[in-house]
Ligand binder design. Structure first.
Ligand code: NAD
Length: 497
């Protein structure tokens, strides 16, 4: 069986805790790999390597840093297929979707290649007699990143390229469910010339996470994962005096107004609800149909959903793969089996689905629940599977009120041909990322990604300008250089008037 070890100080370091976690191929259900789970001593070793590297990387020139990043970008580009294959083998998503994940991660590496522009400070000359003021931004030190299973390459790449471009060093703690992609990302960074210790990958579970949250040499923590853990990370890291951004879970709603192009809306709902088997934090999991269009919209969604081909992610004809674990599949199924008792019409029931020749895979089919009530479990919880809930609203106002009552506020979308309604929606909806006729409005790399309410704890969204701000701290320098001809200013105990 393959073993995934840590990557510390520029080399593979075997786990010494004696603890390993199983990594499963979700399409076959077979345990293919074991991943080392770090002890507190191993956390110390990773942080120490990052701290040592910071002594030189933190003062390296911008040109030296970007030279590495440009080479890294080229290597990642050349190895897209290999990274995607690792993702599919451990996450289960189809290869084309895994390639999309790599592409979105690459965007942030490209953003980091332009860090020279992003880190330019500001200068005001002659703010007072012979006085100039400049604002600069400086790195923080050692940054920890803790990432979820559903994007094992992209989410780490949301974090470390910008963090290291800003002059920090990084300890990445990937999900223990699909750990291999992170090691390849680190190996390629080393091949690109990244000095040893600038990027470390420490595998582990709660022990490793808590070790990082409590470590005095970790200056900041970026987290992406579920809401309960995000809240815990934010509270714990903040209490330990660290800067923290913690992105959490979601229940993303799509509002469909009566004037919308219903075919476009149905296409978008199916793509956004069932892509990656619904294991996306930006998946649409609730459609709110406004007015009398509900039945027709549900019919068009059903017609499309029934045609989706489910199968192993490495089969090019598969459109949707399995779920990450059998336990998660069973939990997702329980929402569908419990939905009717809580008042929903089960239009499509994906439970009990299997794929020929892959009986032990973590399969579930597509489920579509109509007339879902806002107090049902299927609506209230983030299911994180291929289950789409449809709710009805009489008016735009009723739909927006329903959506704004959700504790989550990650992404959202409106489908309409009415520009005025769309504009109003942008201003009134309580979510961090809004799509207008775009179901999954993930911001491009040079804007920032983040939700509101229980979908993000902290002040900074991730990547884009917010990312640069998160990974640096500001400093303002006020300078007086008297002209050689000036007389001494003399003592003055007051503020300048
Ligand atoms: P998770 O919260 O279970 O795990 C995330 C990370 O936290 C992993 O590295 C894991 O090892 C660690 N962790 C888990 N339990 C812990 C504990 N008790 N103490 C300390 N650390 C712990 O999330 P997941 O199941 O891997 O990922 C799916 C979730 O992530 C979904 O809720 C999804 O919405 C969310 N997500 C959010 C975004 C976003 O941008 N907002 C993006 C991707 C995924």
């Amino acid at each position: 069986m393959k073993t995934v070890n840590h990557w510390i100080g520029g080399k593979t370091v075997e786990g010494t805790s004696g603890n390993y976690g199983p990594v499963t191929d979700p399409a076959t259900g077979a345990v293919t790999t074991q991943v080392a789970l770090a002890s507190l001593e191993e956390v110390d070793a990773a942080v120490a390597a990052a701290k040592d590297a910071y002594a030189t990387w933190g003062t390296s020139s911008l040109a030296a840093r970007t030279a590495v990043l440009f080479r890294y970008r080229a290597l990642l580009d050349a190895r897209r297929d290999d990274i995607a294959a690792l993702i599919t083998a451990e996450h289960g998503k189809v290869h084309s979707d895994a390639l999309g994940e790599v592409a979105r991660g690459l965007e942030i590496v490209e953003l980091a290649c332009g860090i020279t522009t992003q880190l330019k400070g500001e200068l005001s000359t002659q703010v007072s007699s012979r006085v100039d003021v400049s604002s600069i931004r400086q790195s923080l030190g050692v940054v920890a990143g803790i990432t979820p299973f559903n994007f094992p390459a992209m989410v780490p790449m949301w974090m470390f390229p910008l963090a290291i471009a800003c002059g920090n060093t990084f300890v990445l703690k990937p999900s223990e469910k699909d750990p291999s992609a992170a090691n390849l990302l680190a190996e390629l960074a080393a091949e690109a010339g990244l000095p040893d210790g600038v990027l470390n990958v420490l595998h582990g579970d709660k022990v490793a996470v808590d070790g990082l949250l409590n470590h005095p040499d970790v200056a900041a923590v970026s987290f992406v994962g579920s809401t309960p853990i995000a809240r815990y990370i934010h509270t714990t890291a903040s209490a330990n005096g660290k800067r923290v951004q913690a992105l959490g879970g979601a229940k993303n709603h799509m509002l469909v107004l009566p004037d919308a192009d219903l075919d476009a809306a149905a296409d978008a709902a199916v793509s956004a609800a069932y892509g990656s088997a619904g294991e996306r934090c930006m998946a649409i999991s609730a459609v709110v149909a406004v007015g009398a269009i509900g039945d027709e919209l549900v019919a068009r969604i059903k017609e499309r959903a029934e045609k989706i081909k489910i199968g192993p992610g490495n089969d090019p004809t598969s459109e949707m793969g399995p779920l990450i674990t059998a336990a998660h599949r069973d939990k997702v199924a329980s929402y569908v089996t419990g939905a009717a008792a809580q008042g929903a019409d089960v239009v499509l029931d994906g439970t009990g689905y299997t794929v020929d020749g892959f009986q032990d895979g973590h399969w579930i089919g597509l489920s579509l629940l109509d007339h879902v009530s806002t107090d049902s479990d299927a609506y209230k919880d983030e299911i994180f599977g291929p289950v789409l809930c449809v709710l009805r609203a009489e008016t735009y106002e009723e739909g927006v009120a329903l959506m704004n009552a959700s504790p989550f506020g990650n992404g959202t979308a409106i489908f309409t041909r009415d520009g005025g309604a769309a504009r109003r929606f942008q201003l009134e909806i309580e979510a961090g990322m809004v799509g207008v006729n775009v179901p999954i409005p993930v911001p491009v790399g040079y804007h920032s990604f983040g939700g509101w309410k229980d979908s993000l704890f902290g002040d900074h969204h991730i990547y884009g300008n917010d990312g640069v701000h998160f990974y640096t701290r500001g400093k303002v320098v006020t300078t007086r250089w008297p002209d050689p001809a000036d007389a001494p200013a003399g003592v003055d105990l007051g503020f300048p008037r």
